[in-house]
Design a protein around this ligand. Structure first.
Ligand code: GLU
Length: 414
């Protein structure tokens, strides 16, 4: 049966499933499912060719009852309101789940950054900031990196915003260290994914030493995840990115591949391993599959062919609701995005705290605090799984929804 849900409907399905178990009443449900504010702006940029292109930029602020709204900005041809709305909602649940004092937001610009020069990207980012900045604020909404955005993009935002509103490093997180970025932020999402994988593998009876891992997507999140998991003893047998995939039965040399990718921003040209397609990577024979790129890659069309014992969602929404139901039915453990990739926003929180206090933490302190939050959250989630006999995703959503529902009710105003 083919059922076509848009991204936001998909996310709300997951929400409803957990809200049903905890018995959230209809009034609060309506509030929690409706985004607080949505902004769309026109972003005209003069291209290097001399022509003007008009891009569209979005920001959805989903819920701010627990604190300033927080979430990344992505640059991608498929960015639209539906996708951004769904990702903003996930940020609300993610920040609530790890219990940091933020709400959820997300934004993006519909563009193809791979076809744009640095100058064009800078103009795009600055124009977007000028037009969207009114909706942001240190105590209102704080953007961060996401797909195809990085520390340089955050530096442009910080500079552009500060020109109008005064020096405000904390307006974005994921900045370069020299401009108030946090030690450990660049690696944080991958570090968090590796901690989540380590905890869940232990309970699933998978020994990480020697575990065969396949990673789809080798950008910031996928590459750091591979590096940390291989340091924990796992064998990374396959990785892929937009250029295609690489496979080595005995394991890829992850350190070299990491360095190659860091320099060239693609695994292409690495010169080791056998070629593999992105589709084949998903169904490869492995113990742990880690989708770390875009949404919707595990669906009703390939979920039955997955051979992994465990899937760790390093990307946001890599599994559709039907794909998820199939994996659950097949007994494959799914470590959900709102837990698995929460390390990024957790260290963004540390960065924001450091900016507000004009202080710098050392990297060990950042990593110790991150480890504590990830392990504490994992223990809270598994306690609910055992008590209520629900999958990990539902348990994670239950904790998050309850926290946001409580603060909405306490704040009232309706
Ligand atoms: N874009 C990341 C995410 O999806 C990080 C967000 C942030 O640090 O605010 O969680």
């Amino acid at each position: 049966m083919a059922e076509k849900l848009n991204n936001y409907e998909n996310t709300n399905r997951l929400f409803d499933k957990a809200a049903d178990v905890i018995g959230i009443d209809e009034d609060i449900r309506k509030i929690l499912k409706t985004p607080f504010r949505e902004v769309k702006v026109e972003v005209p940029v003069r291209l290097d060719s001399g022509d003007i292109e008009v891009f569209l930029g979005y920001r959805v602020q989903h819920n701010g009852s627990r604190g300033p709204m927080k979430g990344g900005l992505r640059f991608h041809p498929e960015v639209d309101f539906d996708e951004v709305r769904s990702l903003a909602s996930l940020m609300t649940w993610k920040t609530a789940l790890v219990n940091i004092p933020f709400g959820g937001a997300k934004g993006g610009i519909t563009c193809d950054p791979w076809q744009m020069s640095q100058r064009e990207l800078e103009m795009l980012t600055r124009r977007f900031t000028t037009r969207m900045g009114f909706a942001w604020g240190l105590h209102r909404d704080i953007p961060a990196p996401d797909v195809n955005t990085n520390a340089q993009v955050m530096a442009w935002i910080m500079d552009q915003y500060s020109q109008r509103y005064g020096y405000t490093p904390g307006i974005v997180t994921g900045k370069p260290l020299e401009l108030g970025g946090s030690p450990g932020r660049e690696a944080a999402t991958g570090k968090g994914v590796s901690i989540a994988t380590r905890e869940a593998a232990r309970d699933a009876g998978i020994d990480l030493r020697g575990a065969r891992v396949a990673i789809q997507g080798f950008g910031n999140v996928g590459s750091y995840t591979g590096k940390f998991l291989s340091e924990m003893g796992a064998t990374i047998i396959a990785v892929s990115d937009a250029s295609g995939g690489l496979y080595a039965n005995a394991g890829l040399p992850i350190k070299e591949l990491f360095d190659h990718t860091y320099e060239h921003r693609t695994i292409e040209g690495f010169g080791q391993g056998e070629a593999l397609s992105n589709e084949d990577l998903i169904t490869i024979d492995c113990d742990i599959l880690i989708p770390a790129a875009l949404g919707g890659v595990i669906t009703q069309d390939n979920a039955r062919q997955i051979e992994a014992k465990m899937v760790v969602e390093a990307a946001n929404s890599p599994i559709t609701t039907i794909g998820d139901a199939i994996l659950n039915e097949r007994g494959i453990v799914v470590v959900p995005d709102i837990f698995a990739n929460a390390g990024g926003v957790t260290v963004s929180y540390f960065e924001w705290v450091q900016n507000i206090q004009a202080m710098t933490w050392d990297e060990d302190h950042v990593n110790t605090e991150l480890e504590k939050i990830m392990v504490r959250t994992y223990n809270e989630v598994t306690a609910i799984m055992k008590q209520r006999h629900v999958p990990m995703r539902t348990a994670a959503f239950m904790i998050a929804i309850q926290r946001v529902a409580d603060t909405e009710k306490m704040r009232g105003g309706f």
